[in-house]
Design a protein around this ligand. Structure first.
Ligand code: NAD
Ligand code: GLY
Length: 349
């Protein structure tokens, strides 16, 4: 005997991403703003001057990647239960990518899923993390290994928040912008070569182009069955660098910047990218003081570390290799000898 449940209905999860000074908005429901003490101290008053709700609560979790864990999720859920949030209630993620990923995940599981809105406050979260519905937390086995795809109902990107961002955090966001341009949009890359992202209007335009690029990828492959993996350009190498340096030396975006240089070296070896194109990417990263060199102590150890990455749980490693500037290929068919030869160009003499 067999019973079939037809579940073929299409769900429209479309949403708008507004890139501008926030307008006043009222939510006629119970709302909790999830944030951390640093962001709250700097910007909560501003947010509260823009956002109102029928009932509004603030939930604060500790700041930092090390708190992107189940304990913080429990803290958020506890507060929602205490305040009797129901399935019509809503969360607002107010902070960088850590807050965005955690709030989204809490929203995805509270009473089997409630709405949430993103108000990203770092450049990285404005151009990348707040868009596309990847939510989650870390555990002892690795980063972002627990989570869900849960799209926000809206994203409000207000460049005003970036005025307090430390220089290195700004650079880490620029790395993700460059990632988007190299993999998907040659015109955007050329725009960035000419642009000065320290100029507010130019920065706003760059955020818009990055978000458009990511939105297009997410619309084509929301759950990362293929194309979306290209957004991990620079990450395969970057994760090993973060791991080797115990997450202390580089911000994520900085490790990704070095990873992009390594991926480009691979692309050059494969004949997918010219030396001149690789140099252009390096120059653009260096324009924002991003690191572009790394001394690999042992190329074999570095190679083995690829397999600790969650994207390599099977016996192969997936590399995101640019095809010139504005194109990309995703492959797990790179010969180990070629990988080691690429790594040896970064090896200690
Ligand atoms: P973060 O959230 O840790 O923020 C960096 C630091 O800046 C924190 O101390 C934060 O409190 C502080 N901060 C936030 N806004 C500020 C402001 N306006 N002024 C001054 N300081 C401010 O880090 P991040 O780089 O924003 O995000 C990294 C996280 O995003 C990682 O956990 C990563 O896994 C995740 N991520 C998710 C996606 C996705 O698609 N979901 C994509 C990329 C990255
Ligand atoms: N940052 C990668 C993604 O959103 O898919």
């Amino acid at each position: 005997m067999q019973v079939n449940i037809p579940l073929k209905q299409q769900v429209d999860n479309s949403y708008d991403i507004t890139i501008d000074t926030m307008q006043k908005v009222h939510f006629d429901k119970k709302v909790a703003i999830v944030t951390n003490p640093k962001v709250a101290g700097l910007h909560l008053a501003y947010l509260l001057s823009k956002i109102s709700a029928k009932e509004l609560y603030i939930i604060t979790v500790p700041d930092g990647e090390e708190y992107k864990n189940q304990a913080s999720i429990d803290l958020i859920l506890e507060s929602l239960f205490t305040h009797r949030f129901n399935r019509k209630s809503m969360l607002i993620a107010f902070g960088g990518g850590v807050i965005g990923d955690m709030t989204g995940y809490a929203a995805s599981i509270y009473q089997r899923g409630i709405d949430f809105v993103q108000v990203p406050t770092t450049l990285l979260s404005q151009v990348d993390a707040s868009v596309g519905g990847k939510t989650g937390i870390n555990n002892a086995y690795g980063k972002n290994l627990i989570g869900a795809f849960h799209q926000p109902k809206a994203v409000f990107i207000d460049p005003y928040f970036l005025s307090t961002l430390p220089k290195r955090e700004f650079g880490a966001g620029v790395a993700e912008i460059i990632k988007m341009a190299v993999t998907f949009n040659k015109d955007f890359f050329e725009f960035l070569e000419e642009a000065d992202l320290h100029n507010q209007l130019v920065l706003q335009e760059a955020i818009k182009k990055a978000v458009e690029t990511k939105a297009d990828v997410v619309a084509k492959d929301e759950k990362e069955h293929g194309l979306r993996a290209a957004l991990n350009y620079g990450h395969t190498f970057g994760h090993v660098i973060e791991n080797e340096t115990k997450y202390k030396t580089y911000l994520h975006g900085e490790a990704v910047a070095i990873g992009m240089v390594m991926a480009n070296e691979m692309a050059v070896s494969l004949g997918f990218m010219t030396v001149k194109e690789a140099q252009k990417v390096k120059n653009l990263l260096e324009k924002y003081d991003l690191p572009t060199s790394y001394s690999i102590k042992n190329i074999h150890t570095f190679y083995e570390t690829f397999f600790l990455d969650k994207k390599s749980l099977d016996a192969s490693v997936t590399f995101i290799v640019p095809m010139g500037i504005g194109g990309v290929t995703i492959t797990d068919k790179i010969d180990q000898k070629l990988v080691l030869s690429v790594l040896s160009t970064f090896g200690e003499n």
